[in-house]
Design a protein around this ligand. Structure first.
Ligand code: CUA
Length: 429
């Protein structure tokens, strides 16, 4: 009876252990074991040092314990005398103190090195904007700086501003591969934490102050060369390096707020697209230009028509835009570049929203397996997000009929109105 009970406990605990270890997949999209940049790599190396030191202590202490337990346990009819009962052993005590200090030093040295490494932003020639950014409008001083991105935390979404380039985006960070980038982290409300597991993390965003960190997707050309031992002419090396960035680094990465920040903390995700220099430059220019009015009208003409006789602007897209600007109150909080009257700043900037692969700060996903936007899913997500924002992201500040948001709609949007707004939003590519 007793034995079968113990057996049962052993069985249940090994099943639980197995289930817990099942969470230890090192090959997930947010795995810190699959590093794609020097910061994440430095952090992984540091983690492994502490793991090995801890494992060493665990095995040593565990082995001594098990040997003592079996060797000195009381047996049946045991007539061995008690061992000598001693008190204090200077050799063992000093030895253990010395060993502990040694182990702590083994952990402390790489820890300090990693802290300095992740803190000191490296300004390399390759990372300077002038060296790779093809767009116009930079001053000479700006060309001499690396890219800076201001990350702003809001309940519960992310603003990404690129002050040198004069643009703002949200929730999906676009960064060039292989360049060291300075992040300036600020919060507009409570404490959040920026964590992009495969590339870098994590640093808190604290209200009233600006924290800094740097990130880099992929190795610099020197580090890549040192690791791979690649040789060749300057030109060959550059081509091979570009290939490495293309094959291993250009990708879509998943991030997450890593500090509890209220109701929807768990739904405060973000994404990072790591792209080539050219793609980055064209993305910036598209964001700057923003969007035309429907039917390729100039905004002036569209607003003139709208102010004069709005009923003449027909079709779902025109009506969706009208709803976006007026009854839905979307433009009170959201900006759409190009549109001179959509300049809200309380919510995410929606320029090129339809090119993003998720909505609601990464919570509703419409990225297809091949990396393109699943248009049907996107429509469904837009619809759902506008119709029931509180189900998607409890506590958020979208306008709602029953209060709780930043403002209150007199009357809820109908399904037909939400349908039209969603179709209009899908034109923001
Ligand atoms: Cu923001 Cu948790």
């Amino acid at each position: 009876m007793k034995h079968s009970f113990r057996g049962l406990i052993a069985l249940v605990s090994s099943l639980i252990a197995l289930a817990l270890l099942g969470g230890c997949d090192t090959n997930t999209r947010m795995s810190t074991f699959d590093t794609k940049g020097p910061i994440a790599e430095a952090q992984l190396d540091l983690f492994m040092v502490t793991v090995w030191v801890s494992l060493f202590i665990f095995v040593l202490v565990g082995a001594v314990y098990i040997v003592a337990m079996f060797k000195f346990r009381e047996r049946k009819d045991d007539d061995r005398p008690l061992p000598v009962q001693g008190h204090g052993n200077p050799l063992i005590e000093i030895g253990l103190i010395g060993a502990s200090i040694l182990l702590l030093v083994i952990v402390a040295v790489p820890t300090l090195r990693a802290i300095w490494y992740t803190h000191d932003f490296p300004v390399t020639e390759e990372s300077k904007l002038g060296a790779w950014y093809q767009g116009e409008g930079l001053s000479a001083a700006e060309e001499d700086q690396p890219l800076t991105i201001r990350v702003e935390g809001y309940q519960w979404w992310w603003g990404f501003a690129y002050p040198q380039l004069g643009i703002t985006s949200a929730n999906e960070l676009i960064i060039p591969a292989g360049k060291a980038i300075r992040l300036e982290l600020r919060s507009k409300d409570v404490i959040h934490s920026f964590w992009l597991p495969r590339i870098a993390g994590k640093v808190d965003l604290i209200p009233g102050r600006s924290n800094g960190m740097w990130i880099q997707a992929g190795d610099s050309i020197e580090d890549w060369q040192a690791k791979t031992g690649a040789t060749g002419s300057d030109e060959e090396l550059r081509a091979a390096y570009a290939q490495y960035l293309q094959d291993e680094i250009h990708n879509y990465y998943y991030g997450q707020c890593a500090e509890y920040c209220g109701d929807s903390h768990a739904r405060m995700l973000f994404r990072a697209s790591v792209v080539s220099d050219d793609d980055f430059t064209s993305w910036v220019s598209e964001i700057k230009t923003g969007h035309q009015a429907p039917d390729d009208m100039a905004w002036e003409d569209w607003y003139a028509a709208n102010d004069e006789s709005p009923e003449k602007l027909t079709g779902d897209i025109n009506e969706g835009l009208q709803l976006f600007m007026s009854r839905g109150k979307c433009a009170t909080c959201h900006a759409v570049n190009g549109n001179p009257r959509a300049v809200g700043v309380a919510g995410p900037n929606l320029t090129k929203l339809a090119s993003r692969q998720s909505v609601a700060a990464g919570w509703l996903n419409h990225r297809a397996e091949d990396g393109s936007v699943d248009v049907e899913q996107q429509y469904a997500n837009f619809f759902k997000w506008i119709k029931e924002p509180n189900t998607v992201k409890p506590g958020n500040r979208m306008w709602k009929a029953n209060g709780g948001g930043i403002g209150e709609l007199d009357e809820l949007l109908t399904d037909d109105e939400i349908h039209k707004i969603s179709l209009y939003l899908q034109t923001l590519k």
